[in-house]
Design a protein around this ligand. Sequence first.
Ligand SMILES: Cc1cc2nc3c(=O)[nH]c(=O)nc-3n(C[C@H](O)[C@H](O)[C@H](O)COP(=O)(O)OP(=O)(O)OC[C@H]3O[C@@H](n4cnc5c(N)ncnc54)[C@H](O)[C@@H]3O)c2cc1C
Length: 461
Amino acid sequence: MSETAIERTIEAARALLGERLTTNASLREHHSHGQDTQTPVLPDAVAFVETTEETAALLALCHAERVPVVAWGAGTSLEGHVTPVRGGITIDLSRMTGILDVSQPDMDCRVQAGVTREQLNAHLRDLGLFFPVDPGTAACTIGGMCATRASGTNAVRYGTMRENAMGLTVALADGRVIRTGGRVRKSATGYDLTRLFVGSEGTLGIITEIQLRLHGIPEAMSSATCQFPTLRDAVETVIAIMQSGIPVARMELLDEVQMAACIAYSKLEGLKPTPGLFFEFHGTPAGVKEQAEQAEEIASGFDGSGFRWATDAAERNKLWQARHDALWAALALKPGHQGIATDVIVPISRLNEAILGAKEDIAASGLTAPIVGHVGDGNFHTVILVPPEPDGLARAWELDKKIVARALDLGGSCSGEHGVGIGKREFLEREHGAEALAVMYSLKQTLDPRGIMNPGKIFLN
Ligand SMILES: Cc1cc2nc3c(=O)[nH]c(=O)nc-3n(C[C@H](O)[C@H](O)[C@H](O)COP(=O)(O)OP(=O)(O)OC[C@H]3O[C@@H](n4cnc5c(N)ncnc54)[C@H](O)[C@@H]3O)c2cc1C
């Protein structure tokens, strides 16, 4: 990119957006990285857009001058997704916070991309509806969640962004705007463009509006905890519960290190620093009781003990807030360390091999790395604490690669929910095969022929 091209684009963008186009140093620094350990890179400018039309017009300007563009929701992604590795303009959608339409009878809504999941749920609460996808940080936007195909603790029951995004408005690289999907629960017409853009990490277009599926707030909810003498017993319980068909709404595993971290950080009472499971059950009062009793019976068969269940909202919220704070609890174990929250998923029958293998790798590495995960889906995270030493990051990445390699060997994926960004690019060919990756790249070239959309992400080239 020549210097004049970026200067011309910034000037034209300023004419479009006024003061919402900024080259302010601290705002550029804020947009130079996400929640990751990749090397930060400053964008040349940051643009705060408020409408689809503005986003499209800005993209047309960048396309004409071949200026790179990075979409930004809240910057909470974990694999270097938002780092503008080739500079250019970061388009921040966090001011697009309109909740455009909610249909109670159809249980759906249309929102702008910058709405956060918390804002949406606060808006929906009085209507008896909720949006279930809940990554561990409240700050993330619905647009960012679509772009990373995010999920969370509820995915085992309600699905991920893949199942809950019904349609999109997308501004393409050259400034065209398309609508994908719609409001119906199914359709057999044409290619599924919604699913193409969900998980595309800002490399194909910028999502400006999302049609979302909503769910009724369950009549009754109860949470439960249970602890085990070994990690193997905890994982066997998970597998047996999934195979029994109990419709658990949440089922989260914490190894003994993560459990100790959460007890200390979130001041959890009545729990011991041993491996454990956090559950949540949704349904009628009788159904919830029955589900909890069935889960307890299965857990007892694997030496699970101390099964405690609570329907009290304050107690439930405290437990799930502790789970959502697991990353911060892990970081608090070793002040001065950074964290790499790696993310793998395997078929549920291989979960014990994956988790126990990861534990062996962690022991061999000499690093501290608690394990926590959405195990009902076969998905778990290892929070690798990076020592503040010259070789600290290299040791952490080596451990990360071993855990990912094992998951791939077991028929899994190098990311269940965090996405590819920069950090997971090297594993994609092994996971998908060279031919499939080439097809993905040809789609990228069709939609973004000048390679301006979040360059350096997903693909190594
Ligand atoms: C403490 C913590 C816990 C987390 N727990 C989870 C978890 O449980 N599950 C999970 O899935 N993730 C989790 N994450 C990761 C992160 O929250 C998700 O990836 C989230 O979806 C990112 O949303 P965001 O708005 O911050 O997106 P950003 O980080 O701003 O962007 C992410 C990617 O999407 C692109 N993008 C953003 N907005 C748009 C748009 N409108 N159109 C096109 N592309 C766009 C960006 O260019 C980038 O590639 C966690 C992160 C933290 C810090």
